[in-house]
Ligand binder design. Structure first.
Ligand code: GAR
Length: 203
């Protein structure tokens, strides 16, 4: 197949999606190389996961930089150093500015735990649950400068069951994320995804 795809995963928290991607690579379901973890929270569990997997990380404290543009410039520098083809945001809880969007638009994707454009932003699973939605799900989309607004690559839905608790819903959403994200990355690796304005086509 064509040249291997080198990815960087961006995360801020527990890193269960990072783990699902790393596991898919190890299981041979996903043919990419995870070259870097980018993390804005030194205490996040994902940092330990990367260490265990032998994946280098760039961990920073946003407060140590004068502005968002400044730490993003440093990130761009690291991405170039590692020849990163695709940026995979997996629970990276920061807005992205032009410093990252400009060089990587169309090569930066995110996963969000709702059916966008419903329930963007923080606590999306809880937002859908509290709203009384009957159906929710997960979305993988290209990243633009907005909050969860970029062109949608894939979505998967699930019913919110009668009497379901927020805990069980959260668990089912995470399971769906862990299935869908490695799958979508593999489509990109196989060059099957085309971005055309707001529309994304898959062959
Ligand atoms: C995931 O549910 C992801 O969809 C969400 O953060 C969680 C990270 O979990 N992202 C967003 O809400 C982005 N707007 P993880 O650290 O266990 O992968």
């Amino acid at each position: 197949m064509s040249k291997p795809l080198t990815i960087a995963v961006f995360a801020s928290g527990s890193g269960s999606n990072f783990q699902a991607i790393a596991d898919a690579v190890k299981a041979g379901r996903l043919d990419v190389r995870i070259a870097l973890l980018v993390c804005d929270k030194p205490q996040a569990a994902v940092v330990e996961r990367a260490e265990k997997e032998g994946i280098p990380s760039f961990v920073f404290r946003p407060k140590q930089f004068a502005s968002r543009e400044e730490y993003e410039s440093e990130i761009v520098h690291r991405l170039k150093e590692h020849n990163i083809d695709l940026l995979v945001l997996a629970g990276y809880m920061r807005l992205i500015t032009d410093t990252l969007v400009r060089p990587y638009y169309g090569r930066m994707i995110n996963i969000h735990p709702s059916l966008l454009p419903a329930f963007p932003g923080l606590n999306a699973i809880e937002q859908a649950y509290e709203h009384g939605a009957k159906v929710t799900g997960v979305t993988v989309h290209y990243v633009d400068g907005g909050m969860d607004t970029g062109p949608i690559i894939a979505q998967r839905a699930l019913d919110i069951r009668e009497g379901e608790t927020l805990d069980t819903l959260t668990e089912r959403i995470h399971r769906l994320e862990h299935e869908l994200y490695p799958e979508v990355i593999q489509w990109i690796r196989e060059d099957r995804v085309r971005l055309d304005g707001r529309r994304v086509q898959r062959s």
